[in-house]
Design a protein around this ligand. Structure first.
Ligand code: SF4
Length: 199
């Protein structure tokens, strides 16, 4: 399957094609600001690890972005350790588990435009979410209306599943594509998308 193949070289394409909205926004934030705040680095970093990105590729990817605004030495000093930590290579060598949707939805909301973590279906207001769906050309107006209706009803995870359906037409009928966990875990969303494109 496509797991294990997420690399610094293909992460931009994979983000556009196969990441749920929360991770797309972290990807975009990193691309725009060339850095991520602590909670964003954790949420995104653990997701990348869960999606099969190795420590080496994770370091290459973050180094490429961060060193647009800092030296390689600064990056190594401030960030390389915490990336190794995410992969369980430092500290207690604990293996950190990628966050599920409940954890992200109930977690601290992003506090400013500089924070890109959280769940857009939960943490963005209606106007911002609606604008984002349009900007990313997610589905058609029927899809977007359905997503917004779920969001307004407080069914954030249903909104996310509806997003998946809108951008993976026919997924339900495809053999080898498991939609289990889509709307419950960002990594399940990613895996389902990868298997959709491999089916
Ligand atoms: Fe991410 Fe889960 Fe929110 Fe979807 S519902 S955007 S996967 S946190």
């Amino acid at each position: 399957d496509g797991e294990g193949t997420l690399t610094a070289a293909n992460v931009d394409d994979m983000a556009a094609r196969s990441m749920p909205l929360c991770m797309k926004q972290l990807h975009r934030g990193l691309q725009r600001d060339h850095k991520l705040k602590h909670q964003g680095r954790l949420q995104y970093g653990l997701f990348l690890k869960g999606a099969g990105m190795t420590l080496e590729e994770h370091t290459l990817y973050f180094q490429r972005e961060f060193t647009r605004i800092m030296t390689g030495e600064q990056f190594n000093k401030q960030y390389a350790y915490s990336i190794r930590h995410t992969h369980g290579k430092e500290g207690k060598r604990a293996s950190y588990t990628p966050y599920n949707c409940t954890r992200i939805i109930l977690g601290n909301p992003p506090q400013s435009g500089a924070e890109h973590h959280g769940c857009p279906f939960r943490h963005y207001d209606d106007a911002s979410l609606s604008a984002l769906l349009g900007q990313l050309k997610i589905g058609n107006t029927v899809d977007r209306d359905a997503i917004m209706a779920h969001k307004r009803d407080g069914n954030f995870q249903l909104a996310c599943s509806r997003h998946f359906e809108a951008v993976h037409p026919g997924a339900i009928a495809l053999e080898g594509v498991s939609l289990d966990g889509v709307g419950n875990h960002p990594n399940a969303w990613f895996s389902a998308s990868v298997s959709y494109y491999n089916a």
